[in-house]
Design a protein around this ligand. Structure first.
Ligand SMILES: [Zn+2]
Ligand SMILES: [Zn+2]
Length: 143
């Protein structure tokens, strides 16, 4: 993981052949600082007061560029909802069906033990576990 300072993010984006405009840097910083796996809409809503020239199209285009360059991973949940994660450490997710929050799970999957996978070459693992989170169980949702 890279640090969340503007300078480090600028360098990191440049190293990945992304021109580090202030909007791109701020979007990346938002993803590093808020591990809530936001959708493009959520990122736009949270940043548009600070970056008044930001448009929804810029957010969408920036996220597509980040995915293209491999600095952000898209998480596909049910339907066509896409969320974004700047955390590339091996992890999976728990989705709360009540508040919709996506939590990181550091689950060590032993895929060597899965017989059906022996013939395949695994490139990516996405596991989604869903249920009700502790905050919703206690009747105190975060949203
Ligand atoms: Zn919840
Ligand atoms: Zn995650």
């Amino acid at each position: 993981m890279i640090s969340n300072t503007i300078d480090d993010i600028k360098n990191f984006l440049s190293e990945n052949s992304i021109k580090p405009s202030i909007q791109r840097v701020k979007i990346y910083q938002f993803l590093l600082n808020n591990k809530i796996h936001p959708t493009a809409d959520e990122i736009y809503k949270r940043l548009n007061s600070e970056l008044i020239t930001l448009s929804k199209t810029t957010v969408y285009n920036t996220l597509h560029l980040f995915v293209d360059k491999g600095v952000v991973q898209p998480i596909h949940i049910e339907g066509n909802e896409v969320r974004y994660d700047a955390d590339f450490s091996q992890h999976t997710h728990f989705k709360c069906n009540d508040c919709g929050m996506l939590y990181d799970l550091h689950l060590n999957l032993n895929i060597q033990g899965i017989l059906e996978l022996k013939k395949f070459e695994v490139k990516d693992i996405q596991v989604l576990i869903s249920g009700i989170c502790d905050k919703c169980v206690s009747g105190n949702p975060i949203n």
